[in-house]
Structure formats: structure tokens, C-alpha cells
Write a protein that binds this ligand. Structure first.
Ligand code: FAD
Ligand code: GLY
Length: 382
């Protein structure tokens, strides 16, 4: 690669929020980094996301995943500030809060459980009955039974974030090659030696990081299959005739996320649809119904945009982070599923340090790639 033509210390496969964040961090720790993306870096799930920074919304049990999310959320303000200062471009990071909504007494019971979980982690939350919710959010449906106000849930414009991250990584010396598809991870003996591109070109590297999102399982040459599958999320955005809320609003079947320009994002479906990134009549209808159910005033809103993306989901729903158990200098950072935007700073800190050989708090064993050995079938990828 790179600045002086020497081989990279680290070659990152995939330039989404995860590959870019880890690559940027590794470069800050002194490594020569090359990021390869087969498309335009940052146009995968990281572009499609809603940008919620919301560790409690999709996790209702204590454990390492929730802890990692809370840690990452606490890093976000400084992490984003550094990036924004480096590139002088806004990423719309807003400490806006979220309300989890209950449409029934049983939903409200679920929120009480969530409240206890939040309190165990010293996260400030307020349970609202229907009157309290109406006072806080007068534009919402009168049928709501209440909500849980999470003041410490934030948001970021993920599309702006990946553009800024790309620029920040580049300024930090990371080489980013777009339109460059990796076909095979090259292993020599018991070490990762580099990659082979779809056009047959070989690139050698000191270490290889697989950060190819939902496509991580498609790479050839891995010592064992990477059990990550795509879970499609359809999204749309609206231009409401009147603002609904400055907060994010989330019900069991969907959510609304405001943007500073007045748009309201509506998300998202959860679908096993292979690698088909498309919006369907069913998906769009479901999203419109959720939006209307939460805020009936949205009936007059203009539909601005439809899009979809593929979440990288592992078999156990946890990220796959860290060194391969058998192959030296091969690392994985994938499987971030519904929370990759949130988990970018903590992933970058842990993996960046691990790859650079700097001391770190050990990654939770539940995230380590070695756990995949338990899921491994008899066939190996070739
Ligand atoms: P991606 O962003 O998909 O990047 C992977 C990259 O690898 C792509 O650019 C791709 O081109 C490249 N690639 C793949 N194969 C190859 C190859 N062979 N060679 C070279 N390059 C390759 N998370 C949150 O925290 N908050 C949210 O509110 C949120 N909302 C979401 C809403 C939706 C609809 C979706 C789909 C996801 C959402 N997520 C959210 C999840 C989040 O978007 C993902 O977890 C995160 O973007 C994963 O990042 P990534 O870098 O691993 O993958
Ligand atoms: N975290 C939001 C989503 O995955 O839809």
C-alpha cells in the first residue's frame, strides 16, 4: 500500500462504521492501515441505520452486551467531538432522549422491568403514565398507556458520521480504497498473510481485520465459517406538517427518530430476506402504520425517502470481536446487528488496542470469535 509503498500493518476488509472506526483507531496507535471496500465506504448498514444511541432499547437483560453499549454511549460525546474537530463537518450528535412507548397495560409492565434494569446500571429513567406522557408529548396518540423516558439516549446522523469518519481516518493516514472487493483471506501456515481481491490481485499485510458487516460470512479462506447473516431493515423518512417531538419515540414494532432538518425517520422492519436490499409494499405499509399509530397527526406528512439495509446478525445476537482463536494476526469485528452505530467507539477502542498490541481490558469472552467453535459445522469455507 500506502504512504511509502510498504505493506500495511493492518488490512481492514469493509469500510462501514466498524471497519473505519477500528482502522482510524489503529492508525492513531501507530499502524499503517489500508481499508478496502467493494463499494463506496460507508454505504452499507451504516448508511441505512437510524443513528439511535440507545443501549437499553433492544436489550432487556443484564450482561456484557448491555455493558458494552453503555460504555460506548459514555464514550460517544468525546469520540464525536474529536472527529468533528478533525474534519470540521457536523454529524448532528444530539443528546435528545427517547421515550419507549406502551400501547397496553402489558407493554407498561415490560417498561417497569426495563426501568429496574436501567436503575441497576444507574441510568436515569422516568416511568410516565398516560397523563404524564400526554404532558411530555402532546402530539402522540391518546390511546397510549404510558412510556419510559430515557433522558440519556442520544442520536447521531449516521450518514454524516460515516462521511466524517472516512475523512478523519484519511487525515490520520489510513488509505481507503473503494470499489475493491476482497474475495479470499489468505492464510499461510497459522498466520493471516493478506487478501486476494476479486480481480485476482494479492495484497499482503501484517494483520487482517474482517469487518465486512452482513457479508462477513461470504469471504473465502476463513479458517471456519463466520456465522453472520443479513437481517433486513426497511426504513422511510417523512416531512411532517408540524413537528412531533424532539425526542426519539420507540414502540414494540417500530420507532420515530427526528432529524434537525425537520425530517422524521421511521424504522424499521426485521426481515430474513437474504441479501435483497429493497423496500416492499408490506414493509412500507407496516412502517406507515407504526408512524400513524404513534402520532396520528403524521397522516398528512409527505413521504420523503425509502431505503433499506442489512444488519449483520450473529447466531447468538452478540458481536464477534477479537482475534481468531487459531490463526495469528486475523481479527474479526462483525455481528453488531442492531447496534453498530452505538458500538463503534467501544469496538474501535478494544480492537484498535488489541491489534496494536497495547494493553486493554480484556474483551468479554461472550464476544470472542473462539466461541464460534461451538457453532462450527463439519464443513470449512474454501
Ligand atoms: P456495514 O456498514 O454494512 O459495512 C460493511 C462494509 O463491508 C460495506 O461497506 C460493504 O461494502 C463492505 N464489504 C462487504 N463485503 C466486502 C468484500 N468482500 N470486500 C470489500 N468490502 C466488503 N445501529 C445503531 O447503533 N443504532 C441504530 O439506530 C441503528 N439502526 C439501524 C437501522 C437499520 C434499518 C439497519 C439496517 C441497521 C441499524 N443499525 C443501527 C445497525 C447498524 O447499522 C449496524 O450494526 C452497523 O452499521 C454495522 O456496521 P458494519 O461496518 O459492520 O457494516
Ligand atoms: N437499532 C435499530 C434497528 O436496528 O432497527
Amino acid at each position: 500500500m500506502s504512504r511509502n509503498g510498504a505493506r500495511p500493518d493492518l488490512l481492514v476488509v469493509g469500510g462501514g462504521v466498524i471497519g473505519l472506526s477500528v482502522g482510524r483507531e489503529a492508525a492513531r496507535r501507530g499502524l499503517k492501515v489500508l481499508v478496502l471496500d467493494r463499494g463506496e465506504a460507508g454505504r452499507g448498514a451504516s448508511w441505512a441505520a437510524a443513528g439511535m444511541l440507545s443501549p437499553l432499547a433492544e436489550v432487556d437483560v443484564p450482561g456484557p452486551f448491555l455493558d458494552f453499549g453503555i460504555t460506548s454511549l459514555r464514550m460517544y460525546r468525546d469520540w464525536v467531538r474529536e472527529i468533528v474537530e478533525e474534519v470540521d463537518a457536523p454529524v448532528e450528535y444530539r443528546e435528545c432522549g427517547k421515550i419507549l412507548l406502551a400501547f397496553s397495560p402489558s407493554d407498561l409492565d415490560g417498561l417497569r422491568k426495563r426501568k429496574r434494569l436501567a436503575e441497576r446500571h444507574s441510568i436515569p429513567v422516568t416511568l410516565l403514565d398516560s397523563t404524564g406522557l400526554e404532558r411530555e408529548e402532546p402530539a402522540l396518540a391518546p390511546a397510549l398507556s404510558g412510556g419510559l423516558l430515557l433522558e440519556d439516549d442520544f442520536r447521531v446522523d449516521n450518514r454524516a458520521l460515516v462521511v466524517a469518519l472516512r475523512e478523519s481516518a484519511h487525515l490520520g493516514g489510513v488509505e481507503i480504497r473503494t470499489g475493491t472487493e476482497v474475495r479470499t483471506i489468505q492464510i499461510e501456515g497459522d498466520r493471516a498473510a493478506g487478501v486476494v481481491l476479486a480481480d485476482g490481485t494479492g495484497i499482503s499485510a501484517g494483520a487482517v481485520l474482517v469487518a465486512a458487516g452482513a457479508w462477513s460470512g461470504e469471504l473465502k479462506g476463513m479458517p471456519r465459517p463466520v456465522p453472520v447473516r443479513p437481517v433486513r431493515g426497511q426504513m422511510l423518512s417523512l416531512a411532517p406538517t408540524r413537528p412531533i417531538s424532539t425526542r426519539m419515540l420507540e414502540a414494540a414494532d417500530g420507532y420515530l427518530v427526528p432529524r434537525d432538518d425537520g425530517r422524521l425517520l421511521v424504522g424499521a422492519t426485521m426481515e430474513e430476506a437474504g441479501f435483497r436490499e429493497e423496500n416492499t409494499v408490506d414493509g412500507t405499509s407496516r412502517l406507515l402504520a407504526v408512524a400513524h399509530r404513534i402520532a396520528p397527526g403524521l397522516g398528512s406528512a409527505r413521504v420523503v425517502e425509502l431505503w433499506s439495509g442489512l444488519r449483520p446478525a450473529s447466531l447468538d445476537g452478540l458481536p464477534i470481536l477479537g482475534p481468531d482463536p487459531d490463526i495469528a494476526n486475523l481479527y474479526l469485528a462483525t455481528g453488531h446487528f442492531r447496534n453498530g452505530i452505538l458500538l463503534a467507539p467501544s469496538t474501535a477502542a478494544s480492537l484498535g488496542a488489541a491489534i496494536a498490541g497495547d494493553p486493554i481490558d480484556p474483551l468479554p469472552p461472550e464476544f470472542l470469535p473462539g466461541r464460534m467453535l461451538a457453532h462450527e459445522g463439519s464443513t470449512k469455507s474454501s
